[in-house]
Design a protein around this ligand. Structure first.
Ligand code: PEP
Ligand code: MG
Length: 466
């Protein structure tokens, strides 16, 4: 509609015929003039249109100049260099085409970084790059091992990098020889090694790396990068497909954990001073039960098709679990009445708040399993916002407090005969694998690319100290 606006078009035509400038220039100047006019208006709505005019004029200019759209789906395999990336932007990218991420801002504990790890894409976060110096088409080497990016590398660096890539491929080939082998220690303790995913399309990596199951399906990624809620049917199809592709192996689907850094506009969550400690995850589900019930209906229906478990995030009390069970019961009765096939599967909770650890004896009696979310548990225990890049040096998941909390939760789970896993990033920390085995952890759920590395360590470890 804006492009059909007579004033806007007249201004462009007029400039071309009177000033004899080219069309791109006329569009750019007219766009600037109109957007300035809108930003000077009193009405907030009209003010905000300034950005739309700019957007349209830029696009028109690009089309006139024959420039290519930055269509991330259609791009060549590339390194993405950006100021920052949100999880919703990242989740929309075609993973096959991304060689690496480099961002100026962001935290290594953010979901964007987690997504990159899940996709096995090298990601450098918080790199002081001058974005004005960077343009599409430049060559770059991203060294994920040393955390370095080199723009327009010399021939020598390119050659060294190619050799390095070959060496890494060889290491990977050796690692893949562990496929099909058991996760069993030298003294006979078995542990399950599962994978974390955000979408059904990640299951390829799960199978490729021979994970024993999916220990964390972050279902909220189905809700990101879109303009409205996914329907029950869409969710049912996604969960069913996951269950079917995993062919009887466990698929732990975490219910919606939206909020904090994972934002979708249509939720209208509003701005909060402390989003990490705010209206998120199970709190939204308990307050806006229609959203929760849609997801639960999809999950109960999909559970008929495989080995699905449901996991609830951000639990802090036994009352929340009772309330959840009440809602599950309602959903069950509705499906029963409508004669829709369903199954109520295993249900567990994430242990990711200090409160949940402290009452894990009571919680263990109510649920089928625990999975420790060390990312949030670290954030809440050490009082460190995981999104705050200034605090990356203080974010210490190895802190004794965290390790003791995991042990408390593990002991309480086992007293009630329940299993416990770790699905936060700490589960993939190879320095701690042996310690987790000694703590009695039953399952580690990690990014797919870490599965075989952990298997190797497990097979070289002893669960009981000699
Ligand atoms: C965690 O908090 O450790 C976790 C696994 O959940 P997320 O990272 O999605 O918050
Ligand atoms: Mg969490």
């Amino acid at each position: 509609m804006m492009l059909e606006d007579e004033d806007y078009l007249d201004a462009i035509h007029n400039m071309i015929s009177t000033e004899k400038v080219n069309a791109e220039y006329a569009v750019a100047v007219t766009g600037d003039n109109f957007s300035e006019m809108f930003s000077g208006m009193d009405d907030d709505y009209m003010k905000a249109r300034a950005a739309d005019i700019k957007d349209i004029s830029n696009r028109l200019g690009r089309n006139l100049a024959g420039a290519e759209e930055t269509d991330l789906g259609a791009m060549e395999p590339s390194i993405i260099v950006a100021d920052d990336l949100s999880p919703s932007e990242t989740v929309q990218m075609d993973k096959e085409k991304i060689l690496a991420f480099v961002t100026v801002h962001g935290s290594v504990n953010s979901h964007t970084a987690i997504l990159a790890r899940m996709m096995n894409i090298p990601a450098l976060i918080g790199v002081p790059v001058d974005l004005n110096e960077i343009h599409t088409g430049m060559q770059a080497v991203v060294d994920g091992f040393n955390g370095e990016v080199i723009f327009e590398p010399s021939e020598e660096i390119c050659q060294k990098t190619i050799i390095r890539i070959k060496e890494e491929e060889e290491k990977l080939r050796l690692l893949h020889a562990l496929k099909g082998k058991e996760n069993i220690t030298l003294d006979g303790k078995r542990i399950d090694i599962y994978a974390n995913i955000g979408n059904v399309s990640d299951i390829g990596y799960v199978l490729e790396n021979d994970a024993g199951g999916i220990g964390l399906f972050r279902s909220e990624f189905l809700y990101l990068g879109r303009t409205d809620f996914p329907t029950e049917e869409e969710q049912y199809q996604a969960y069913k497909q996951a269950a079917q592709m995993m062919a009887g192996k466990k698929v732990v689907i975490r219910t919606l954990d939206i909020g904090a850094d994972k934002q979708a506009d249509y939720f209208n969550l509003g701005k909060e001073d402390n989003p990490a400690m705010g209206y998120r995850a199970i709190r939204i589900c308990l307050k806006q039960q229609d959203i929760f019930k849609t997801q639960l209906r999809a999950l109960l229906r999909a559970a008929v098709h495989g080995n699905i478990s449901i996991m609830y995030p951000m639990i802090t009390s036994t009352e929340e679990v009772s309330e959840i069970y009440g809602i599950v019961k309602e959903v069950q009765e509705e499906l029963e009445a409508a004669q829709v096939p369903y199954r109520v599967p295993e249900q567990g909770i994430m242990i990711e708040t200090p409160a949940a650890v402290m009452i894990s004896d009571e919680l263990a009696e109510m649920v089928d399993f625990f999975s420790v979310g060390t990312n949030d548990l670290t954030q809440y225990t050490l009082a460190i916002d995981r999104q705050n890049e200034k605090l990356d040096d203080f974010y210490k998941p190895h802190h004794k407090a965290i390790l003791r909390m995991i042990q408390i939760a593990a002991d309480n789970a086992h007293k009630c005969g329940k299993w416990i896993g770790i699905c936060g990033e700490l589960g993939a920390d190879l320095e701690l694998t042996e310690e987790f085995l000694r703590m009695g952890i039953d399952e580690l759920s990690v990014s797919p690319s870490m599965v075989l590395k952990i298997r190797r360590i497990v097979r070289e470890s002893r669960a009981v100290q000699a």
